[in-house]
Design a protein around this ligand. Structure first.
Ligand SMILES: [Zn+2]
Ligand SMILES: [Zn+2]
Length: 351
């Protein structure tokens, strides 16, 4: 019996009832929809890749290719398949693409092109949805011990935190401040990420000194991950003193010169040596005077062992032990002194 091609009546060898030419003409290399989509966060531009939001490193070509691949079906009869997509045009949220398919079928190499549209769908990634809902994991509490924060300190801290946020948000989407709250006792910064808040406070302390204390509380429960949700409060307590203030520590009177991250240091007015004190000792120190308590007086006499000055309050003469560091003083010279608990200390500024 002679078989004929169903389409052209040819008597050649048939494939599924068709001659080779008609079979190849009719052959669909892939099945594809009219269009396919991918999802982009309308706030931050993150792209959804296989159920995971990608912030960086997921480029247009790969996104389009993935969006197409997930929606096309390759004809199982096609062998040695090679597919690549080409973006022809981009009109706003629509990419016009061509899918190039090549392979072998019934021993013949074929190349096909299929147009497809790839549309951008707007979504909101979980990080942005947290941000827009005001979600925060931590509160940075900026305070000063035993005094009000100075305007200057607040301004510097604001600037510092904003720079830190800008740096951290590149790698941590929850590094944002939802709210900055001015309170009688200081400033609260509500921060999306606990990690970011912690890093900021550690760096803030390096700049400003002070002590950090932390507490946390359960504020809810994440059913989907069966995890408790915590919020932490990270308190940076700036010292009661500033540079040039006078503190008492053990039985010493110290004029603060440097405020560092691990310790603060100053001049011990008993012998003019430098004292360094760890922040761990903070609760054992007390601010006792500041620059406004400094008074000026006159050196009235100097002997090998003593220096005589006038008490700035009542002009009585006072004899102090003469130390080597005072050798540059001269009789009649105006000097700065501080009177603490009825004792007068000479301040050697160029020391
Ligand atoms: Zn035919
Ligand atoms: Zn987003």
């Amino acid at each position: 019996m002679i078989m004929f091609c169903l389409l052209c009546d040819s008597q050649e060898k048939l494939y599924d009832g068709l001659c080779k030419k008609c079979y190849l003409n009719e052959f669909e290399a892939i099945k594809l929809p009219e269009y396919t989509t991918f999802t982009v966060c309308s706030h931050c531009g993150a792209t959804l890749k296989k159920n995971k939001w990608q912030q960086v490193g997921y480029y247009d070509d790969e996104i389009i290719n993935d969006a197409i691949q997930k929606n096309i079906e390759v004809n199982p009869k096609l062998e040695d398949v090679d597919i690549y997509t080409q973006i022809i045009n981009n009109r706003g949220t629509v990419y016009e693409c061509i899918i190039h398919v090549s392979g072998n079928v019934i021993g013949t190499a074929i190349n096909r092109e299929y147009p497809i549209e790839v549309k951008v769908e707007k979504g909101v990634c979980p990080d942005c949805s947290k941000y827009y809902s005001g979600y925060y994991e931590a509160v940075i509490q900026l305070r000063a011990d035993d005094r009000k924060l100075l305007d200057e300190e607040i301004r510097k801290a604001d600037e510092f935190i904003s720079n830190e946020i800008q740096r951290l948000c590149k790698t941590n989407k929850l590094a944002y401040v939802t709210e900055r709250i001015v309170l009688k006792e200081g400033i609260d910064y509500q921060v999306g990420s606990h990690n970011a808040a912690h890093k900021i406070v550690v760096n803030l302390q390096k700049q400003f000194g002070g002590t950090i204390t932390q507490s946390r509380k359960i504020v809810g429960h994440d059913k989907s991950r069966s995890k408790d949700l915590y919020r932490s409060w990270i308190l940076l307590r700036l010292p009661s003193f500033n540079k040039n203030d006078f503190i008492s520590y053990e039985d010493k009177i110290i004029r603060i010169e440097k405020i560092g991250s691990h310790k603060f240091s100053g001049i011990n007015l008993n012998d003019y040596s430098t004292e360094s004190i760890s922040w761990k000792e903070y609760d054992n120190i007390k601010k006792i005077a500041d620059i406004n308590d400094i008074k000026t007086t006159t050196v009235t006499n100097m002997t090998p062992n003593e220096i005589q000055i006038l008490d700035p309050d009542n002009y009585d003469t006072v004899d102090l032990k003469r130390l080597d560091v005072m050798n540059n003083l001269n009789i009649g010279e105006q000097i700065n002194v501080i009177k603490i608990q009825d004792r007068i200390y000479v301040i050697l500024d160029d020391n």
